[in-house]
Structures are given as C-alpha cells and as structure tokens.
Design a protein around this ligand. Structure first.
Ligand code: ASN
Length: 313
C-alpha cells in the first residue's frame, strides 16, 4: 500500500502541473457551465445534492455498500438521486441537480475506462411529461453543450486533436431486444463503436433495469425507458425513462425484482401519500468530458478521480 500511495502521488503531482490538465480543466468547466445554462434557460430549478440518506438508488448491478454512521443510523452514500428528484417534483415541475454519486463498482469495472467510484451526474426530472419529451430535451442539451464547448474551447480541443461533430435531430433509435438478438450481450458497445453520432437504445426489459422505470401497459416486462450512447466506442452517456408513480404498481415492481418493501420503506411512505407522474434522466459529467476530449480512460480527464480499487488522493 505504501508503494502504491507514493507512486500515485508523484504521478498526480506531475499530472496536475501539466499543460494537458490545464486544457482538460477548462473544457470540463465549460461543459458544466453549458449544462447549467441549458437547464436554467429552460426554467429548471436547481436543487442541492443529497450526499447521505437512509435510501438511495438500488442500481441494477452489484456494488459494494458505501455507508456512513449518521448519528447512530446507517445511511448510504448517494448512488443516484432518483427517489429524491421524483419527490422534489411535489414542489415544482422541473428540477436538476449536479449530483455527486458514489458507486463502489466491482473491481472488473476498473478496466472499462468508463467507470469511476465517484462521479457527478446531472440528474434531471420533470412532471407530467413523456419519454419522448425528455429524449428531445436530452438531444437539445447534447447539441447545445457540444456547440458551446466547441466555440469556447476551440484551442483546447485542437490541443487534443479533437474536432466535434454536432449531430442533427432526432438521434437514431435502436430497440434493446432487437439489437441484443442481433449482436449478443455486447450489442451496446458494438453499436457504440459502429455509430458516428450519439444514438438511443429504448424499451429495456424489466429484469435489466431498476424497479422504478415504468412498465408499458400493453407490453408486459418492457419499460418506457432509454439509454443514450456516445459514438466512436465511448459507450453509455445517459440513462432515464418514465417512472412508476402509483403505489400499487411500485409494490408489484419491487416484488418482481425480488426486492423487499422494507428496503424502500421511506420512499414507499411518500408513494402512499401520492407521487407526481414524472420522467427524467441523468448524464455523467466525467463521461461527457471524456467523450468531448477523446481520452481513452475516464480517470485521465479529471484532477482527482476516484479510481476503482486504487489509492486515490
Ligand atoms: N439518473 C438515472 C435516471 O434518471 C438513474 C441512475 O443513475 N441510475 O434514470
């Protein structure tokens, strides 16, 4: 451990002094600024992030549990603010959060180049809208941000030899089931490598997703949700969908996933009183920075990455 720490710190010291990091920091900062401006111009309200809470996103893949002792109660570190953002829409109909998430991913995920153990996602949620509406908004957000950053960071992008393509709307859509049948388990990355523009994967089966995305009324086991992918092999960018909001349906979905009411009891108390009907998505800011700058690995693009299974200052 001692040796890892020391070599890690030398490497970090040099990385922070490099010209490369200066360009990266500027681009990252301009990306955050553009995202912030985009949502405030669209009359979204920004709410403060929740970092520790009695309940967080269960996620659909196993992660190590990250918790803190909160005055004697075990609170989880936020894995996503899905429940809090849904509940925030009791007050106002469009919200966004620059939300720090901690996900202690399994060690194997360290090799993907796309995972950090801590990252920020811009998590958005809207009341009384459909998936179509939030997909259209996400496309506008992506186009706005890439345009802004291309202009404000022209020289910085040139430094990395990166020229951004601004895609037209609507982005191409693929059905999850059709593409999985065609290409097998790695279908999403195969498509991400083939495509020249961002694209969507829609209608994700229930067992591949958390309980909170809404199931079609007329297509059992299929959800009204979506992921957006970057082209050139950069992988997943966004995930989101319409949400279950009716108490009984939420209970059914929890049990279909083999989860318990006890796990979600605080959320269920809100659901019993009545949740708004919502849809939304989240986009990882470090992944967007990686795509825009064209780096191989996500830990290269930010000054203090929480690297999976590695000492991180
Ligand atoms: N933010 C995502 C959503 O809105 C959820 C997630 O990050 N797991 O659907």
């Amino acid at each position: 451990m001692e040796a890892i720490e020391k070599s890690g710190i030398d490497e970090l010291y040099n990385k922070l002094k490099s010209k490369e990091m200066q360009h990266l920091m500027k681009i990252h900062s301009e990306i955050r600024k553009a995202l912030h401006l985009f949502f405030t111009k669209k009359m979204f309200y920004e709410i403060s992030p929740v970092i520790v809470a009695p309940i967080t996103d269960p996620l659909n893949h196993p992660v190590y549990k990250a918790s803190v002792d909160y005055y004697g109660f075990p609170y989880g570190l936020t894995q996503s603010m899905i429940f809090h953002k849904q509940i925030a829409l009791l007050s106002y109909d469009k919200v966004f959060i620059f939300s720090p998430n901690v996900r202690l991913e399994p060690v194997e995920r360290g090799s993907t180049g796309r995972h950090l153990a801590e990252f920020t996602q811009v998590d958005i949620e809207m009341k009384d809208v459909t998936r179509e509406h939030v997909m259209d908004l996400a496309e506008d957000m992506f186009i706005y941000t890439t345009k802004e950053v291309s202009e404000t960071c022209k020289e910085d992008l040139e430094y990395f030899g990166r020229k951004l393509q601004i895609p037209g709307k609507p982005f191409r859509r693929y059905s999850y089931i059709d593409e999985k049948n065609r290409y097998g388990n790695d279908f999403d990355m195969i498509l991400s490598k083939k495509e020249k523009n961002p694209f969507w994967i829609v209608d994700i089966p229930l067992m591949e997703r958390e309980f909170y995305d809404r199931e079609y009324e007329n297509k059992e086991g299929i959800l009204v949700d979506m992921d957006m992918y970057y082209p050139e092999g950069f992988g997943e960018a966004i995930s989101g969908g319409e949400r279950e909001y009716e108490y009984d349906k939420i209970l059914t979905r929890i049990s279909k996933k083999g989860q318990t009411e006890e796990q979600f009891k605080y959320y269920l108390e809100f659901a019993k009183k009545g949740l708004p009907r919502t849809a939304g998505f989240g986009i990882g800011v470090e992944r967007l920075t990686r795509y825009i700058t064209g780096f191989d690995r996500i830990e290269e693009v930010v000054p203090f990455p929480r690297i999976i299974n590695k000492f991180s200052f």
